[in-house]
Design a binder for this molecule. Structure first.
Ligand SMILES: C[S@@+](CC[C@H](N)C(=O)[O-])C[C@H]1O[C@@H](n2cnc3c(N)ncnc32)[C@H](O)[C@@H]1O
Length: 214
C-alpha cells in the first residue's frame, strides 16, 4: 500500500467523497439539497458549497443541507454544527464514519438526530478512486423530518441500490424503479429510453413492470 492510497483510505483523511447514487437516493427521499458545507468544486453535492479555504464550518447554514464532513479530529465540531442547524429548522442529512459509535461526538450526534442512525451495509466505493472505503458508514438526519421514513435498508430488486422503504415489508423496489416500471407498463413512449435513464438495464425494469401489481 503506497502513501497516497493510505492517505485516501485512512479515516484521518478528509477526502471520502460520497457516491452520487447515495445523495440522489436521499434527495428523492428528503428533497433536493441546497448546501454542501464541506466540499471542493469537484466533489460538491449541492448547488451551493463551501471549501476548506472558505471554512464551511463557520459559514451560515441555509436550506436543506448535505453533509459529509472531514473525518479528522474536527468531526465533532461539524456534527455539533449540524445538530445546531437542525434545531434552527434546517434539514441536515449527514454521512459519518460508523466505527466510532462509542465516541463523544457520536453519542451527542445520535442524541440530537431526528431519526435513528441508518447503518449502511458493506462499504461504500470512493467514486474518485474506485476503491472501497475501509470504514463502515452511517447516515444521521437532523432537523425537521416530514412524513414517514424507514430505518431498515433494503436493496432494490431492479437497480440493486439500497434504499430505506417507509413500509419495509411491502417494498421490493425503490420509488424511482417503481415509477420507471409504472411508466414502462402504462406509458408506451417511455419504454425505449428507459434502459439508459432509469435502470442499469431496461429489461429488469420491464420485468418488474410486468409483475408489479400497480
Ligand atoms: C468527506 S469529503 C466530502 C466531499 C463532498 N461533500 C461529498 O459529499 O462527496 C469532505 C470535504 O470537506 C472538505 N473540507 C475540509 N475541511 C473543510 C472546511 N473547513 N470547510 C469546507 N470544506 C472542508 C475537504 O476538502 C473534502 O472535500
Amino acid at each position: 500500500m503506497n502513501f497516497v492510497h493510505a492517505l485516501l483510505t485512512s479515516s484521518a483523511s478528509s477526502e471520502h467523497p460520497t457516491p452520487a447514487w447515495l445523495v440522489d437516493q436521499l434527495a428523492r427521499e428528503f428533497g433536493p439539497f441546497d448546501l454542501d458545507p464541506a466540499a471542493t468544486a469537484a466533489n460538491a453535492k449541492a448547488p451551493r458549497f463551501y471549501t476548506r479555504d472558505q471554512d464551511g464550518l463557520s459559514q451560515p447554514r441555509e436550506g436543506r443541507i448535505w453533509l459529509n464532513p472531514p473525518y479528522g479530529r474536527e468531526i465533532g465540531s461539524w456534527l455539533r454544527r449540524a445538530a445546531q442547524a437542525g434545531a434552527e429548522g434546517h434539514l441536515v442529512v449527514a454521512l459519518v464514519p460508523a466505527r466510532s459509535t462509542g465516541t463523544q461526538w457520536w453519542i451527542e450526534a445520535v442524541g440530537a438526530a431526528s431519526l435513528p442512525p441508518r447503518f449502511l451495509p458493506g462499504r461504500l466505493v470512493n467514486p474518485e478512486t474506485g476503491r472501497q472505503w475501509t470504514i463502515p458508514a452511517a447516515l444521521l438526519v437532523f432537523g425537521p423530518v416530514r412524513g414517514r421514513h424507514g430505518t431498515a435498508w433494503s436493496r432494490c430488486a431492479v437497480c440493486q441500490e439500497i434504499f430505506w422503504p417507509s413500509y419495509p415489508k411491502r417494498s421490493t423496489y425503490s420509488d424511482r424503479c417503481r415509477k420507471a416500471a409504472y411508466r414502462a407498463r402504462f406509458v408506451p413512449d417511455s419504454s425505449p429510453e428507459m434502459g439508459q435513464q432509469e435502470g442499469r438495464s431496461g429489461e429488469p425494469v420491464r420485468r418488474a413492470a410486468a409483475c408489479l401489481s400497480l
